[in-house]
Design a protein around this ligand. Structure first.
Ligand SMILES: Cc1ncc(COP(=O)(O)O)c(C=O)c1O
Length: 382
């Protein structure tokens, strides 16, 4: 995490930089469709000043239950859904509920989303399973099984699809393999699906194939609905055979203990869920175009190779020259005022020597990033 502090420091002394690793859709003009925006603007916010219920607005949870049915083909009733302060709060709730009584380990994909790693570390031991660039960033199942044999106290496995930062979207086959392994080793699945509809091909949710395996399902409004500022997410508890009622009890207890999440954000979320499907598709299409554009331009640079993302908002190019990625991000910021983040911050070996770009900025801005990278490699690669 030290590298982010270093980059922030450099950014302060090199103002007017171009941020190309910021996954904040409204900053780049991506907001909800106009008619939905108007309805949000008409909300009489003073009506929402009372305490919300601990688990969230009933109608909102009903709408989310319906959304889960449509996207994941699974029935998750509203009383098994709790609203959270973003997926970011879903992480500590999850790991606290899983590990507060019996310590153990959690298997996390490498590369992975950094706040997830940070929160998992607060409550449990963690170990990484490798997602292999040679396998289009799919998990290396043999390595996963070998590691599970070594970590006999593993209680849960995290799946992120579409993945951040690789943009991998797991196929039905891969998910079924992961679920089989989870079954064999008696694991609970934690699935982060915040980019679910932002998939450039088919999206399938681990929930769809989980059957009797317990799943903690995490999702939110920051990406697909472009509302990160309202800090709203939701957690679904799926345990059809009621193998772990204690975990669900503890999750509910934790949510009750913090008295619910902001009412006005939930009201806005109900409207967001009504966005016309075409508007959401237009947004995804625009991000996809930028992803293709950026990937093509990056691939044309000597010293860079890219596995195209299949979803999400990221491109995760590999630096094939022998150049340290952290050093390169500092150089790009100091010399060219381009802010991207180093792959090594997102995990262990597979993440090293990569850069993370977010595909929300304009094509013109992305192109500036590409030119800066090309020039930097010409100088540093010699
Ligand atoms: C994989 C993943 N999960 C969760 C989050 C954060 O979600 P939220 O804004 O709902 O806290 C992000 C944000 O970039 C993400 O990439």
């Amino acid at each position: 995490m030290g590298i982010f502090l270093e980059l922030e420091k450099i950014a302060q002394t090199h103002p007017n930089y171009l941020h190309l690793s910021n996954c904040d859709p409204p900053v780049y003009g991506y907001v909800l469709e106009e008619s939905v925006q108007r309805k949000i603007d008409q909300l009489q916010i003073s009506k929402f000043s009372g305490y919300p219920s601990w688990n969230g607005d009933e109608k909102l949870r009903q709408a989310l239950s319906q959304r889960i049915q449509e996207i994941c083909n699974v029935e998750l009733p509203p009383n098994k859904i709790v609203m959270t302060y973003g997926v970011s709060e879903g992480f500590p709730l999850t790991f606290d509920a899983l590990f507060n009584k019996t310590p153990g380990s959690v298997a996390i994909p490498d590369p992975s989303y950094i706040p997830l790693i940070v929160q998992a570390r607060r409550f449990s031991n963690i170990w990484f399973y490798t997602c292999d660039e040679e396998l289009n960033w799919n998990p290396d199942m043999d390595q996963l099984v070998t590691s599970l044999e070594k970590h006999s106290d593993t209680k849960a496995i995290v799946i992120i699809t579409p993945n951040s930062p690789t943009g991998a979207v797991y196929s039905e086959k891969i998910l079924k393999e992961l679920i089989n392994i989870a079954g064999q080793y008696n694991l609970i699945i934690i699935t982060d699906e915040i980019y679910d509809s932002m998939t450039f091909g088919t999206f399938v949710s681990p929930l769809e194939f989980a059957q009797e395996i317990p799943v903690i399902y995490l999702n939110g409004f920051s990406k697909v609905y472009r509302l990160p500022g309202y800090r709203l997410g939701y957690l679904g508890w799926y345990d059809p055979l009621e193998k772990h009622p204690d975990i669900w009890q503890h999750l509910k207890h934790l949510c009750k203990g913090r008295l619910g999440v902001t009412s006005i954000a939930q009201e806005i979320a109900k409207l967001a869920l009504q966005e016309p499907k075409e508007a959401t598709l237009d947004f995804v299409e625009s991000v996809h175009k930028k992803q293709v554009f950026l990937t093509e331009h990056l691939e044309s640079i000597d010293g860079i190779s890219v596995v195209p993302a299949q979803g999400g908002t990221y491109v995760f190019p590999r630096i094939t020259y022998n150049i340290d990625d952290e050093m390169l991000t500092k150089y790009l910021l100091k010399t060219h005022r381009i802010y991207v983040t180093p792959g090594s911050a997102y995990g262990l070996a597979p993440s090293k020597n990569h850069l993370r770009f977010v595909t929300l900025a304009s094509q013109e801005a992305l192109l500036k990033g590409v030119h800066a990278l090309k020039k930097s490699l010409e100088v540093l690669g010699k």
